[in-house]
Design a protein. Structure first.
Length: 230
């Protein structure tokens, strides 16, 4: 694991303006476990006016440490960071620190579960890596100002979920779904919950209908995405 890496600014210091009345640059810390991705982002952001990369991290723990040490306005955070603390937990810790650092998630993952976890952890924005550079620059400035920044596909998913509340399952259906997620067969579920196999099949049929699926794997996938499993 590489040590925490503050980056020496190439231009004016963080407290200096670009002009007598101009705004200071937005100070950025990059967090991504792929060195090539970080290098590409740093080169890209270095070409953008009003943005300054002041540090890089390849783990969640490093991102938390740099956020405390360098006090950037924005941490650009990937979600999947290999072993150890992931981007969601790092976001939660940075948001809970009481400082003025905003976390802008930049990731390839756009499932409901990932989006919900990141936003609930305190992320100011959620951007996909497929966005155009101009969208990224705009999102960084928005996040620095504390304004929500979402990729269009992410915003669509958020709105769709708000319009379509999660399906309501009974306690028994949740029990069976939980056993299903463990990979148990109908017979094993029946034994674990003291039910007949016929009853288990009936409940599974209702679960499939409510989740809009027709397979066991589909039910588990939707349940995880919509956080229906305890």
């Amino acid at each position: 694991m590489e040590p925490v890496r503050p980056v020496e600014p190439a231009g004016p210091g963080p407290a200096e303006s670009r002009g007598p009345t101009g705004p200071t640059s937005v100070r950025i810390v990059l967090c991504d476990d792929h060195a090539v991705v970080r290098a590409g982002l740093r080169a890209l952001l270095g070409s953008a006016p009003g943005i300054e990369v002041v540090g890089e991290a390849d783990t969640g723990a490093e991102a938390v440490a740099l956020a405390a040490k360098l006090a950037p306005q924005v941490v650009l955070m990937d979600l999947q960071l290999g072993d150890g603390m992931d981007g969601v937990e790092a976001t939660r810790r940075i948001a809970a620190s009481g400082g003025s650092v905003h976390v802008l998630v930049l990731t390839t993952y756009d499932t409901d579960a990932d989006i919900t976890r990141a936003i609930e952890a305190g992320a100011t924005g959620y951007l996909l890596k497929a966005e155009r550079p101009e969208e990224l620059f705009t999102a960084i400035h928005s996040a620095a100002a504390g304004r929500t920044a979402l990729s269009a596909p992410v915003a669509h998913r958020v709105m769709a979920r708000m319009r379509s509340p999660r399906p309501t399952l009974t306690d028994r259906e949740r029990d069976i779904l939980g056993q299903l997620a463990r990979g148990l067969t109908n017979r094993d579920i029946a034994k674990a919950l003291f039910l007949s196999e016929a009853t288990v099949k009936t409940h599974l049929g209702r679960i499939y209908d409510k989740l809009g699926v027709d397979t066991r794997a589909g039910a588990v996938a939707v349940a995880k995405e919509q956080r229906l499993l305890s």
